[in-house]
Design a protein around this ligand. Structure first.
Ligand SMILES: Cc1ncc(COP(=O)(O)O)c(CNc2cccc(C(=O)O)c2)c1O
Length: 441
């Protein structure tokens, strides 16, 4: 089916997500084809994809193994009921995921996005404490600048003000301070300072009392918040405090999951095991919507051991497309590739090139911080107080003109290149970004 470039009034039928639609209509950015690490526009331009789409296509575009897996699955089983019925591939995929997940996180609940994964995990945390005879444990603790998607649970625990302010009453949640410290500016990889920031949990518990808290939810590294990397001992400290106070620890690994940090999960990078972790994005290499919550044996068994007859639904939650056969096929093919030790080694090796290339931009006008971990990084642009996101947005537009798709969020330019990039690709991307910043300044 040949797609035509939308113009004028036809544009208004599509309300773009998370977008300044009025600004988009002034200068529409369209891509009509993608292959490898490049997007192609209808006008014939070829752009580097410097964020793997939206952090979600680390294997690049047009991955043949995935497309062949999906088309084969489509010829066999296009849809299976998700409640009281399932299909063999869902169990094969769950075994694959369990084998990749840390420790005894061996039980997989499926959904369709990172937002749904966050809300699934939050609901499960509440149901788990009720099953444990502690129904009063309902409150949550998130972190400033944390992002857990856009459903009511995720925005309640999330810590990005503009994502919450227009929606009124949210769930009962409190927030740890974010882990960005000025003394850590321009850190290469893990910053030195900040383990102590985890102790802010104790201040929250002084007021809220642990007996009322269901879970802490944090990202191992805050991606959307601007690739804010915690110091090496921060998550360990959070784990210890949660254990001491009988609070579940949930890692949101929607960005960090499946290799972005050079390890399968962020939990592996920091050697800290959460009670649950959420994932999406790279799970299917972004080709099919899919999210998942991977839970510990204790959570699974507690829910299965609840008193009730054989007809009782242990966790009344799920989606029409949970464990969708095509998403499962895409995920199997994606994870078979992402689980290759050689690929993780490639990510770690490319991460060093990436670190050098992004930090080469230190000293450019308006650049006030640069952060990186694995194949994720951010360049923080000194913001115009009158229009905090204006400069990053306009530099991103100049990058588009220089044929690099660069994502901006707040006053940050975010980078998460595909794992299949060459060293030359990484250097070319940042050379064009440097030109755009200098042209803008
Ligand atoms: C940690 C985390 N948790 C949940 C979500 C929500 O996932 P869904 O979008 O699939 O519902 C995310 C998504 N993260 C995300 C999505 C789109 C843009 C950007 C950006 O940094 O610009 C980040 C995420 O990064």
């Amino acid at each position: 089916m040949r797609s035509t470039v939308p113009t004028g009034e036809t544009m208004r039928h599509h309300w773009l997500a998370f977008t300044s639609n009025r600004r988009f209509h002034q200068a529409p950015k369209l891509v009509s084809k993608a292959e490898g690490i490049f997007y192609h526009t209808p006008q014939g331009h070829k752009l580097y994809d410097s964020l793997s789409g939206l952090w979600c296509t680390p294997l690049g575009h047009g991955n043949r193994q995935i497309s062949e897996a999906i088309s084969h699955q489509l010829s066999q089983l296009d849809y299976a009921p998700a409640f009281n019925v399932s299909h063999p591939l869902a169990f094969q995929l769950s075994e694959q995921i369990a084998g990749m997940a840390p420790g005894d996180l061996n039980h997989v609940l499926y959904c369709n996005s990172g937002s749904e994964a966050a809300d699934t995990a939050l609901k499960l945390a509440r149901a788990y404490w009720r099953a444990r005879g502690k129904p009063e444990k309902t409150k949550f603790i998130g972190r400033a600048k944390g992002y857990h998607g856009v459903n009511f649970g995720g925005i309640s625990v999330g810590g990005i003000g503009p994502n919450r302010k227009v929606y009124g009453q949210t769930l009962d949640a409190y927030h740890l301070p974010h882990t960005w410290l000025t003394e850590n500016r321009f850190s290469r990889g893990l910053p030195q300072e900040g383990d102590y920031l985890a102790d802010a949990l104790l201040q929250i518990l002084e007021v809220q009392d642990a007996s009322n808290i269901a879970a802490v939810m944090v990202e191992p590294m805050a991606g959307s918040g601007g690739v804010i990397v915690p110091s090496s001992g921060y998550l360990k400290r959070l784990r210890t405090l949660c254990d001491q106070h009988d609070i579940l620890l949930i890692f949101d690994e929607v960005i960090t999951g499946f290799g972005r940090m050079g390890t399968v999960f962020g939990a592996d990078y920091f050697a800290v095991q959460p009670d649950m972790l959420t994932c999406a994005k790279a799970l299917t290499n972004g080709i099919m919507p899919m999210g998942a919550v991977i839970t510990s044996r204790d959570i699974y068994q507690t829910m299965m051991d609840q008193p009730g007859d054989d007809f009782m639904i242990e966790f009344p939650h799920g989606y029409t497309y949970s464990a969708h056969p095509l998403a499962c096929a895409a995920a199997m093919a994606s994870l078979e590739q992402l689980n290759q030790p050689s690929l993780m080694e490639q990510v770690r090796s490319l991460s060093q090139v990436f670190e050098d290339a992004i930090h080469d931009l230190k000293g450019l006008p308006l650049v006030e911080d640069i952060r990186n971990i694995g194949l994720a990084g951010a360049i923080q642009i000194q913001s115009d107080p009158a229009h905090p996101t204006k400069r990053a947005s306009e530099i991103s537009a100049l990058c588009w003109d220089k044929e690099v798709y660069v994502r901006f969020g707040g006053n940050n330019l975010s980078f998460a290149p595909p794992f299949i990039c060459s060293k030359q690709d990484i250097h070319e991307i940042f050379s064009r970004v440097a030109d755009a910043i200098q042209q803008y300044a």
